[in-house]
Ligand binder design. Structure first.
Ligand SMILES: Cc1cc2nc3c(=O)[nH]c(=O)nc-3n(C[C@H](O)[C@H](O)[C@H](O)COP(=O)(O)OP(=O)(O)OC[C@H]3O[C@@H](n4cnc5c(N)ncnc54)[C@H](O)[C@@H]3O)c2cc1C
Length: 372
């Protein structure tokens, strides 16, 4: 008899897991809290690495479709001084497919395909090791039982407490996100400043990053070191007040760069939280975690990639049909912990250098990662 398998969370990790199982004709229940695919704005662009996210898509049989949708030119990266001087202007070769960008909505739709996701099914608790298996409790009061429950429910996972007492902590860095639409027609100067991919401007303990999405949409991230309650004097719904507060924080920067904030129409506060580096747990039969639920780390281009590869690898191992599901999960966890620990160390150090008292650190990091 086939094992009863559920995944909680329809983000990149949960969907990659379900899609690879689906490809191998293994049934899986997918529970997602959002009531519908477009219930929330999907977020900014993602770069998918050849050996991580792209490998996961290959395992799902979706690599060719990804290549058709993604934007290799979006790998371009420009770095400016706070006075607007261009310090680095890196462009990929035309055949460079190492880390192409894709909009999150496009990636989600690609992974979703014909998957049967149960929308609006928020999980409140997972209880392992009952007589019938692992019990999943839902916000609507219902419950269901499975042989394996995979927690792919992100930073504030409701599955995680079934295996670990760890909770995310604040990094000391807050991001305030805004966006520009139709940048090529409405803000041609900014479109030129940003180029085809990303723009980064690094000052003392703060940075401004702008990233092109498809269709002339640009996401702008103001990043700065601040206490968690930085915003308490502000009404976050008051767009003008938030904009003015950000402009004061970035006072003295080039007017052209600050236009990225001046033209932003809405602002969303995102304090950066992380789980402890190398977060592991004592294996518990019938429950595991992947992606941000297992190893939330600073957003430096690894999280979605890792979540997807973990999902795809676990699904492949399950589909291979080993008798002992528990052994499959144990082996998966050991492998995930080593790889994620490595990335958590890299991204934690990266955040320290990108939002740093010494802006030269950000440039040095870029030169190490992207030697010309
Ligand atoms: C600004 C920013 C930029 C980033 N850029 C990149 C990048 O370029 N490359 C990269 O690899 N990573 C990037 N990341 C990180 C990446 O977004 C995450 O690591 C990735 O989304 C994690 O995927 P996941 O599937 O584990 O979790 P999530 O994407 O968080 O998905 C979790 C899903 O679970 C659902 N859920 C939550 N709770 C419940 C519940 N109780 N019951 C049911 N469902 C639930 C949520 O609604 C969500 O759909 C970035 C992050 C940020 C903030």
């Amino acid at each position: 008899m086939r094992q009863r398998i559920a995944v909680v969370g329809g983000g990149p990790g949960g969907l990659a897991f379900a899609r690879v199982l689906h490809r191998h004709r293994h049934p899986v229940a997918v529970f997602e809290r959002d009531p519908a695919p477009d219930a929330r704005p999907p977020g900014g662009t993602l770069d998918l690495h050849e050996g991580l996210g792209q490998l996961a898509l290959d395992k799902a049989g979706l690599l060719a479709e990804f290549r058709a949708l993604s934007r290799p030119e979006g790998q371009a990266m420009r770095i400016l001084d706070t006075d607007g001087t261009v310090l680095r202007d890196w462009r990929p070769r035309p055949d460079d497919r190492a880390n192409p960008e894709i909009d999150r909505r496009q990636l989600r739709d690609l992974l979703l395909g014909s998957l049967d996701v149960q929308w609006g099914r928020g999980v409140t608790q997972v209880v392992p090791k009952t007589r019938d298996g692992v019990v999943v409790r839902f916000a609507d009061g219902r419950q269901e039982t499975f042989d394996l429950v995979v927690g792919a429910d992100g930073a504030w996972s409701r599955v995680r407490p079934a295996v670990s007492s760890a909770t995310p902590h604040y990094t000391g860095v807050t991001v305030v996100e805004t966006a520009l639409d139709d940048v090529d027609t409405r803000h041609p100067d900014l479109a030129q400043l940003i180029g085809d991919g990303s723009l980064g401007v690094y000052g003392v303990n703060r940075a401004l990053v702008a990233q092109r999405n498809s269709g002339g949409h640009v996401k702008v991230y103001a990043q700065f070191r601040a206490p968690l309650d930085w915003h308490t004097h502000l009404d976050l719904a008051d767009v003008d007040a938030v904009r003015a507060s950000l402009l004061a924080l970035f006072d003295g920067w080039s007017a052209r760069v600050l236009d990225l904030l001046r033209h932003g129409t809405a602002f969303v506060r995102r304090p950066l939280y992380v789980l402890p580096v190398s977060h592991t747990w004592t294996h518990a039969s019938g429950v595991t975690l992947l992606g941000d639920a297992a190893h939330l780390m600073p957003p430096l281009g690894a999280g979605a990639n890792l979540a997807m590869l973990e999902g795809a690898e676990l699904a492949e191992s399950i589909a291979a049909g080993a008798e002992d599901l528990d052994e499959v999960v144990r082996a998966f966890e050991e492998r995930m912990w080593v790889r994620a620990g490595r990335w958590a160390t890299i991204t934690a150090a990266g955040l320290e250098r990108l939002v740093s008292p010494d802006p030269a650190e950000a440039l040095a990091l870029f030169d190490e990662v992207q030697p010309s």
